[in-house]
Ligand binder design. Structure first.
Ligand code: THU
Length: 132
């Protein structure tokens, strides 16, 4: 599947401008290509109760599921200047759940796979190793 990285970056930058980040003043935007061709996006949404803030990737995953689901093929995460941003640890886990080890992420050093971004990850298959 062809990945239009320029489009993902511009969609991430566009949604970043909608971020609600009055406390950190650090807006984040993320855009991802889904395996059916659509693009889903998210921005961070903070809260006066600081610890409750939602990362941009949370919004993206919510949008993915509420718009029909699917698998994430590739993602771009940007900061307030539109530069590539390393997703936080929790968000790596969120992306891994829906993209798996092969999902691609654009970074300052080029395209990386989730298997490198989140090595030795805990994922859905690990749950199947035990009877439930
Ligand atoms: N943030 C994200 O939205 N995603 C990340 O992967 C890194 C951090 C947000 C959380 C908070 O609103 C702001 O960036 C500063 O940490």
């Amino acid at each position: 599947m062809e990945i239009n990285w320029d489009l993902l970056r511009s969609e991430a930058t566009k949604i970043m401008k909608s971020a609600y980040a009055p406390y950190s003043k650090f807006p984040v935007g993320v855009a991802a290509l889904v395996n059916d061709g659509r693009i889903v996006t998210g921005c961070n949404v903070e809260n006066a109760s600081y610890g409750l803030g939602l990362c941009a990737e949370c919004g993206l995953v919510s949008s993915l599921i509420s718009s029909g689901g699917g698998r994430l093929v590739a993602a771009v995460c940007v900061d307030g200047q539109g530069n590539y941003l390393a997703p936080c640890g929790r968000c790596r886990q969120l992306l891994f759940e829906h993209g798996g080890p092969q999902m691609k992420l654009m970074t300052d050093t080029g395209i990386q796979e989730m298997s490198a971004i989140l090595p030795w990850a805990f994922g859905p298959e690990d749950l199947d190793r035990n009877e439930r």
